[in-house]
Design a protein around this ligand. Structure first.
Ligand code: NBX
Length: 742
């Protein structure tokens, strides 16, 4: 726009703070206005949910204000932007987090009190945004919070699934999946951008076309779907920086297919168009393997294509050519899921922007970084060539061309070692010819990140050994972290107040290292007493929840021993359950007088199984069967209880973690890439029972071996143990329990 607008913008920028006030009566008026005009209820009669909606909209107004300021600021500065591409984000709830990061939670709580409402009660009305499976997706959410807090000019890009991760219902001990239609009651945290839309194309053919005396490739797509942006502002803590998580929804394209309309079959033409929306309809609930499904590939390309059109449009707003592209754009691939972005950038630069292949390749090699979250080679995505050829024919050609140049280069570097060349090729020749997405990502990225130190070692010595030998400089790691804003301040407000009191500052909320200052008070009995009280209140809250969810009454003076995470064989929930059976057996066989020496224990297990993962589903059934036996044995009473918490998600974690005394992270060494749950328990003062796996190895170095219960085989011992097979005879009672459900 013209210069006049820019002057206006400058003036407005200075005035922004004055628009929305945060004193109690302004907040009250604001909430009541939203009750009347947004929720359309009478300001004299509205329930808790309607009050939550009005409150959320009031907080959202303040978010939008800062978010606009942030966009204007970065538009003016034009810094290098970080674009974080991820198929999954597990954001959980937004109300408390946003109000706290904006620094106005207490003002809202006071304002609501006078209106007759409790902030915490209204916060409970919000449902989780569960657009992801597990650790990878929650890490994305934590990273967004940190990027905002640390003042980075960052954008998150992903998909706005209409159905998030399924809801888990337990019937007769078995997991049943129910759809999570999370948008049913509206979502005040997103802003629909009806004008930010891009066409995304699929199928069709590639033709040769004459161009400048030569030939060039032209993709003639067969289907077009529209991507519409939904923006979710992410506020930093203690800063005005409020970044964007932009999620794409699929809508039928405006480009009317005249032929279908003219054939007179109007109803079918409309119904067919509507099918476009299925692309962003549902999150795949499998966190293990790639199944070669067309819908999944469509989702990947859909979000990658829309995001790149958006990123390139933003770049071109202030640049007339692509010379500065690598200085202004960093693209972070969250696992291989968005790695079609590599072929897409090549396609746009070569076919649409008419850059030469070599110049485009030079740019691509400077802008991509790749984070992998897997340990096992079988966890790496492979896309069948047939599928790619039909859905994205031009991209397949580009990947073949990249592979051709790369293999030629490789031959010069390593000679004609055909075994190695075939292992390192992006294309896998086999029964099903496929594209190895991890190889594509490694070849084109300038850094390849592991998520913990041992994970990175495994990548270098096993999973990507060939690549490490070729490009040692590319390999790096960034050990995962979690945000203390959500995992202490939001989820454990009493502990948060205690920490600030004893440290004499709230600065630790932005700088987690300051927590080390508590060490000076490590022997202080008053601190211990206050901390014990905080834990007790959190345990009472958790005990109430357990009783409401499972009908089991648990004693808060018992030790709460927790394992919450996705159900996987390698995470060894089965080992935990067998341990509980053993404990039960010991108590039963004990002299009555010895029972006084037993520490009463409540074992808590929670987590979802991928719907197609039979063994994981059976582990859930086993847990519930063992729980039923133990919990109904009056002879054992409060000495041992077992509860399976259904529908584990971010909000359940926020409730369970502050009430845990002991938590289990017991994966077979060499299998957990990092693990982030341990950090959340740890920062709430919970003890860890853990194997030397993933991030645990680094946690031991931070907190010392004496502060952790370490057990189990070391990583280097595992292969020999596997080879040897089971050495223990399974006691009869174990075998009986396992047979009962397996
Ligand atoms: O990523 C997890 C790892 O298992 C954890 O060790 C690690 O701490 C965490 C964050 O780095 N991986 C994970 O959650 N993977 C998935 O959720 C997943 C989802 C879809 C898919 C494959 C894996 N196709």
């Amino acid at each position: 726009r013209g210069g006049e607008t820019r002057v206006g913008v400058e003036r407005m920028f200075g005035l922004m703070d004055r628009f929305l006030k945060s004193d109690p009566s302004s907040l009250q008026k604001d909430i009541l206005d939203h009750v009347e005009y947004t929720v359309a209820r009478s300001r004299f009669s509205f329930d808790d949910f309607e009050a939550y909606q009005a409150l959320a909209h009031s907080v959202r107004d303040r978010l939008i204000e800062r978010w606009h300021d942030t966009q204007l600021h970065f538009k003016k500065k034009d810094p290098k932007r970080i674009y974080f591409l991820s198929m999954e984000f597990l954001m959980g709830r937004s109300l408390s987090n946003s109000a706290i990061n904006l620094g106005i939670r207490d003002q809202y709580a006071d304002a609501l009190k006078e209106l007759g409402f409790e902030f915490e009660v209204l916060a409970e009305q919000e449902g989780d945004a569960a657009l992801g499976n597990g650790g990878l997706a929650r890490l994305s959410a934590c990273q967004m919070d940190s990027l905002a807090t640390m003042d980075y000019p960052a954008w998150g890009y992903g998909l706005r699934y209409q159905y998030g991760l399924f809801r888990q219902v337990i019937l007769d001990g078995y997991q049943h999946e129910q759809p999570d239609y999370w948008l049913n009651f509206g979502n005040p945290w997103e802003i629909e951008r009806v004008h930010v839309t891009y066409p995304v194309k699929f199928y069709g053919t590639v033709e040769d076309e004459n161009f400048n005396g030569g030939k060039r490739k032209v993709w003639l797509p067969g289907e077009t779907v529209e991507a519409v942006a939904y923006d979710n502002p992410i506020p930093g803590h203690g800063t005005r920086n409020t970044i964007t998580l932009r999620l794409w929804a699929a809508k039928p394209s405006d480009q009317i297919d005249m032929e279908s309309y003219n054939t007179g079959d109007y109803i079918n033409a409309v119904v067919n168009r509507q099918r476009a929306e299925t692309i962003s309809s549902v999150l795949f609930p499998d966190d293990r393997s790639y199944q070669g499904k067309e819908l999944r590939l469509k989702q990947q390309y859909f979000f990658v294509s829309a995001s790149l059109q958006d990123i390139i449009r933003r770049f071109k707003d202030s640049h007339s050519n692509f010379d500065d592209f690598p200085e202004k754009v960093a693209l972070q691939l969250n696992d291989t899921h968005p790695s079609l972005a590599i072929a897409e950038v090549m396609r746009v630069l070569v076919d649409e922007e008419h850059l030469g292949w070599n110049r485009a390749w030079d740019i691509v090699c400077k802008i991509f970084s790749f984070t992998t979250h897997t340990v096992l080679p079988e966890g790496l995505e492979k896309v069948p060539v047939d599928l790619l050829e039909s859905l994205l024919p031009r991209h397949l050609q580009i990947i073949y061309d990249i592979n051709f140049d790369y293999i030629e280069e490789l031959k010069k570097r390593i000679g004609l070692d055909y075994d190695r060349l075939s292992r390192m090729s992006i294309v896998e020749d086999g029964a099903i010819k496929s594209i190895r997405m991890a190889n594509l990502a490694i070849v084109c990225s300038h850094t390849v990140n592991g998520v913990s130190r041992v994970h990175s070692e495994l990548l270098k010595t096993r999973v990507f050994k060939d690549f490490y030998e070729l490009w040692p400089h590319k390999f790096d790691y960034k050990t995962n972290g979690v945000t203390q804003r959500r995992w202490i301040v939001v989820s454990n407000p009493s502990l948060s107040a205690l920490i600030s009191k004893w440290l004499g500052t709230e600065a630790w909320i932005r700088d987690v290292d300051l927590l080390a200052g508590l060490q000076e008070q490590a022997a202080n009995a008053d601190l211990h007493e206050e901390w014990r009280m905080v834990r007790k209140v959190n345990k009472m809250r958790l005990a109430e929840y357990i009783e409401a969810m499972s009908g089991v009454k648990v004693s808060v003076s018992a030790m709460f021993d927790v394992q919450i995470k996705r159900i996987h064989e390698y995470k060894r929930q089965l080992l935990n359950i067998l341990g509980i059976v053993h404990r039960y057996d010991c108590i039963k066989n004990m002299e009555k007088s010895d029972r006084t020496k037993v520490v009463p224990r409540v074992c808590i297990i929670g987590g979802k199984a991928a719907p197609g993962y039979e063994i994981a589903r059976k582990i859930i059934k086993l847990c519930n069967a063992v729980a039923e036996k133990i919990n109904n044995d009056p002879d054992v009473g409060d000495l041992l209880k077992l509860v399976f918490i259904p529908d584990y998600n971010v909000s359940v974690a926020e409730l369970v973690i502050p009430g845990a005394d002991l938590s289990q992270h017991i994966s077979t060494a060499g299998h957990e890439a990092s693990g982030t749950g341990s950090m959340k328990f740890l920062m709430n003062g919970c003890l860890l029972l853990a194997t030397e796996d993933g991030s645990t190895v680094e946690i031991i170095e931070e907190i010392g071996k004496d502060n952790m219960f370490l057990f189990g085989a070391k990583m280097h011992e595992v292969p020999a143990l596997r080879e040897k097979g089971p050495t223990l005879k399974v006691p009869l009672q174990f075998a009986r329990v396992v047979r009962y459900v397996m």
